[in-house]
Design a protein around this ligand. Sequence first.
Ligand SMILES: N[C@@H](CCC(=O)N[C@@H](CS)C(=O)NCC(=O)O)C(=O)O
Length: 201
Amino acid sequence: MKLYFAPMTCSLSPHIVLRELNIAFELVRVDNRTKQTADGLNFLDINPKGYVAALVLDNGNVLTEGPAIVQYLADLVPGNALAPANGTWERVRLQEWLNFITSEIHSGCTPLFNADIPESIKAIFKQKLFKRFDYLTGSLRQQDYLMGTFGLADSYLFTVLKWLPFFDMDIQEWPVLAAFMARIEARPSVRAAIAAERAHY
Ligand SMILES: N[C@@H](CCC(=O)N[C@@H](CS)C(=O)NCC(=O)O)C(=O)O
């Protein structure tokens, strides 16, 4: 399978998961500006929505949307430690976290990347994010990982919190989140994924 990605964007989350699960994959760089892929395709032909991540299976099927991709990957490896089994209460709890991260943190960060939005408006978005960080702090003060042990939600949360320096935010202002980031960054899969993405800058 191929993971179409852009360095240090939200595609880092499925990239980490592929490595955690030891699934064979090819990493293919997408130029988000031109929509050209490193394997010579128009990315819009793969994902007409025009954004990473996109997972292309060996049978040609394409899967997009980070939370769906990571759950698909986890379900390829029965008994894996990253996601509770489908149909369980714990799996729904995982989906609750993935949805929180995608709608509140990931989407909450999106306007902060927009150079056309004035700082005064960005400050409003930041205040909302700070409330979400306080909520996350409450959860991660009680346990090292969102679901108790490392899993899909942690990989995704790490990915989006890694953007904070782009917004002149300092994770050290949320010490519990800073400790979480250090824990995740120490994982071999995460180090390998970041190194592989940096090689494509
Ligand atoms: N809803 C999508 C959002 C994906 C997304 O925001 N991708 C960004 C990078 S983090 C992107 O590729 N943006 C380029 C663009 O929209 O042109 C998901 O969760 O996978």
